[in-house]
Write a protein that binds this ligand. Sequence first.
Ligand code: GLC
Length: 455
Amino acid sequence: MNLRSTLAAFTLPMLACTLAHAETPTEKDARMQWFNEARFGMFIHWGVYSEAAGNFKGKPVPGAGEWLQSGGKIPAAEYREELLPKFNPVKYDPEAWVIAAKNAGMKYIVITSKHHDGFCLWDSKLTDWDVGSSPYKKDLLKPLADACAKHGIKFCLYHSIMDWSHPDWGTKMPWRGSAANPNPDMDRFTTYLKGQLEEIVTTYHPGILWFDGEWEAAWTHERGVDLYDYLRKLDPALIINNRVDKGRKGMEGHTTDAKFKGDYGTPEQQIPATGFGEGVSWESCMTMNGTWGFKTNDTKWKSTEVLVRNLIDIASKGGNYLLNVGPTGEGEIPAASLERLAAMGEWMKVNGESIHGTTASLFPKVSWDGRSTTRKLPDGNTRVYLHVFKRPEGGKLTVNGLVNRPVSASILGKGAPLEVSGKEGDWSVQLPEAPLDPIATVVTLSFKDKPTIKP
Ligand code: GLC
C-alpha cells in the first residue's frame, strides 16, 4: 500500500461514517430542548416595507404590509428607488425590544434577516440591496443579537427563500420588471442563498433558521434537503423549521412524511385542534393585529385575554406561540403591541410556571372551561396545571378522569392550600371566593409519580 491508498483506506470509511451518522432521537431531543421548553417567542417582521406602512407613492396597497411589493405590483427597481432612501430607523433601540420580549415571558426572538422583497437587514457582502445602502447604513442584526445574548434570549432568524429582487429566483412574476429574468438560474440563486446564509449563521449564530416562501415550484424537495444538510454542517446545533422543504400541509403547517426535512411544524395564524403527539415539535406563528409588517391602518388588535389564552391553548397542546410585532420604519414597536406585551407579562409573572418547560395536557378533554399543562419534576413527581377561564358554579372545579388523588392543590401566586374532595376519576377542587384572574387562574395539583388518566 502506498501512502495515498493507506490514507484512503483510513479516511474514507471515517468520512463515510461522519456523513452517514444520522442524529439519534436522544441527540435530537438535546438539540431541540431549549425550543421545546421555551413555549413563547417574539416574531419581528421588519424591512423597507415598514417605512411604507401599507402605502406606495401616496396610495394604499391592499394585502399584508410586508407583501407591499407584490400587492402593488411594483417593479424591483422602482420599489428600491422609492423606499431605500427613506429607510432610516433612527429610533431603533434593540435592547428595549429585547426587554419588552423578556418581560412578556418570551424566550426567543425571530427577526426577518430577509423577507420576500429580498431586502437584507445586515450589510451583506453579496448584495447592495441591504441596510448598508440605506441612509441608516449600520447593521441592524448585530445589536439585536448582542442585546439578546445580554438578556438570555435566543436570537433567531427568519429568511425568505422566495426573493422578488433576485433575477435568478425562478418564478417570473412579470411585475418584478427587470428583476424577472426570462431565464432564471436556480443553481445560481441557491449559491447566493447559501452564501448569505453562511454570512448570517457564522456572524450571528442564530438558534433557529426560520425559512418561508418555499411553496413556489422553483424551490424543490431536493434543494430543501441539500440546504438543510448544508446548514446543519455549518452549525450542528441549529434548529430549522419545516419550510426549508416541501412537506408542509398549507397553513396547518404540519409535515407528516418523514422524507421531508425540518425540525418542527409551523401552523400559521391558527392553533391546531390538538397537538401532534409526543416528540413532535411545533410552533404557531400569529399576528397581534391583522398583518405581519407594519401598516398604519391595521388596527385589528387582539385583546390581551385572547393573546394569553392563545398561549395557554398552544402550551396545553405541546406547542410554542410565536407572536409577531411589526416595528415602524423608524424602528419603534407600536404602542398597542407594547401594551399587550406588558399585560401578558403581568399574567406570566404569576403564571409563567404553568407555561415554560411544561408538556401537553394529560386530559383528552378537560371538564371545565379552560386548559391544562403538565410538568414532570426532577424527583419523578408531577405537577398538573389547570387553567381556569371562568369560575365554575359555586367555585367547585370538577376534574374528571384523574385516577390518583392529588397530594395537594393551590392557586399559583397564592400559597393557601385548596380543599380536594370526591373520588377516583371524579375530584373536585374548591376555589376561593376571592376574585379570580379574569384571563385565567391557574390551579396546581401535585401528584406522587405520574397520575393516571381514565379515558
Ligand atoms: C407567510 C407570508 C408572510 C409571513 C409569514 C409568517 O407565508 O408570506 O408574509 O412572513 O408567512 O409566517
